[in-house]
Design a protein around this ligand. Structure first.
Ligand code: ATP
Ligand code: MN
Length: 430
């Protein structure tokens, strides 16, 4: 019976394992193999004089990254990984690997990200890369647990849509019979529709598609978004949910992913302290201007350089609040007593934006006006506007990018590291 490599200990008498040949070393009378499965690495030592002809034939034939089955006796030995080695009675090549490998799994020579992504199945055999996706899986589990525990209902909105969420050019058109259609850039309109449907608290975790023209280290063309929408809530309440969620996720990763963090050579994550600072937009642009020396005026967006400058000063997560209404989407609710400013916020990691949210406009006529003010036509939003005429509750929500969360949490240099098969300006395969 096959056991995971992790379960082979110096106390195990015999073991049978299935794994990939990580490294081979031949010292004449003695051959050493490191065999790897997703749980760990095991040294297999073959004293050539003491093993049968079948074992000898198999080890002559074996190449690195071949899948092998090895069964034999376990011995304690100090110098081997895990303090044990396996002396094979049986050694069988189950699935042979060709040589040369498109990518070296043993990270002796660091490979370019592009080369790694081209051979992603081999890249993800690397323990430190596999660890990212083990952690990502735990993050997704933690997020769902957190939201279910607070009474959220999980919804699925369509990804093929007729209208842009926010207009603009970030849309991928698709061939949809005789109609014009697009891949959805955000579940925004649909989660708001479900407030009109009386669902009160919804969340969706799903793909968003953005035709980002430029190659950056923090933009993908297909990303994963965690979206929530909450009725009878204002922007303050959903900001609090967001910061508590971030803390919960960090804690859960520390509690469940120690081995993965170790494989990445990072210790327990420092858990961010809440409440996060609420930095008004006017202070943010002032901070950025004085730190960078670049003029930023009221009404400008906060670009990458400004984000970075403010992040360096603050050094931890923070919110930028009270944005000018004109630079936030039409669905962000202006303050009643100062309509030039709206109840929108961005959650920032020192390195970049993680999330945007707001209390939403729930008054039909105001929403229609704001859509027009953005130069969009309310007619193309009729399906969205309709529920606002039939008892729409006040509501608020946010969207949080999964890859940016993982990237900042694990200090990854490029957002592509946080996706198995990234889609960017130049990459459509694998
Ligand atoms: P940015 O200004 O950084 O490009 P954005 O303001 O356009 O982001 P939003 O429309 O506010 O993004 O989307 C909400 C969240 O979704 C973002 O804060 C981010 O975490 C994530 N997100 C948006 N676009 C992308 C993308 N192209 N790649 C990866 N994540 C994205
Ligand atoms: Mn945003």
């Amino acid at each position: 019976m096959r056991i995971p490599i992790q379960e082979v200990t110096p106390k195990t008498e015999t073991a049978e394992v299935l794994g990939w040949v990580h490294e081979v070393r031949d010292l004449g009378g003695l051959s050493f193999f490191l065999i790897r499965d997703r749980t760990g690495i095991l040294q297999v030592t073959v004293p050539k004089k003491k093993v049968g002809e079948e074992v000898l034939a198999a080890i002559r034939d074996v190449s690195r990254e071949s899948l092998v089955r090895v069964a034999g006796t376990v011995k304690a030995i100090e110098k081997a990984p895990g303090g044990r080695e396996l002396i094979p009675r049986e050694f069988e090549v189950i699935s042979r690997s060709q040589s040369p490998l498109p990518l070296d799994v043993v990270e002796k020579v660091p490979a370019e990200l592009d080369t790694r992504l081209d051979a992603r199945f081999l890249d993800t055999r690397r323990p430190r890369v596999a660890a990212i996706f083990q952690i990502r899986s735990s993050v997704m589990q933690a997020i769902s647990e957190f939201l279910y525990a607070r009474g959220f209902v999980n919804i699925v909105s369509p990804k093929i849509v007729a209208a842009a969420t926010e207009g603009g050019t970030e849309l991928f058109p698709i061939a949809y019979f005789e109609k014009e259609a697009f891949l959805n850039q955000s579940p925004q309109l649909y989660k708001q529709l479900m407030m009109g449907a009386g669902f009160e608290k919804v969340f969706e975790i799903g793909p968003i598609f953005r035709a980002e023209e430029h190659n950056t280290t923090k933009h993908l063309n297909e990303a994963t978004s965690i979206d929530i929408e909450v009725s009878f809530a204002d922007h303050h309440e959903v900001m609090q949910i967001l910061e508590e969620l971030i803390v919960y996720v960090y804690q859960e990763v520390n509690a469940h992913c120690a081995a993965s963090l170790e494989a990445m050579e990072i210790g327990p994550l420092p858990v961010p302290k809440i409440p996060f600072r609420r930095l008004p937009y006017t202070d943010a642009i002032w901070m950025a201007a004085s730190a960078t020396g670049e003029p930023i005026k009221y009404g400008d967006d906060i670009g990458t350089a400004a984000e970075k400058a403010i992040g360096e000063i603050i050094g931890e997560h923070y919110f930028i609040v009270d944005w000018p209404t004109e630079i936030k989407p039409y669905y962000a609710l202006p303050y009643e007593d100062n309509p030039a400013v709206c109840k929108a916020f961005d959650l920032m990691h020192p390195r970049m934006e993680l999330s945007s949210g707001s209390q939403r406009v729930h008054q039909h006529d105001l929403l229609e006006d704001q859509i027009r003010l953005k130069g969009l036509s309310p007619e193309s939003f009729e399906f969205y506007l309709e529920p606002f005429r039939y008892g729409m509750p006040p509501h608020a929500g946010w969207g949080l990018g999964v890859e940016r969360l993982i990237m900042t949490m694990l200090s990854l240099g490029n957002i592509r590291e946080a996706v198995l098969f990234p889609r960017d300006r130049h990459r459509l395969t694998p």
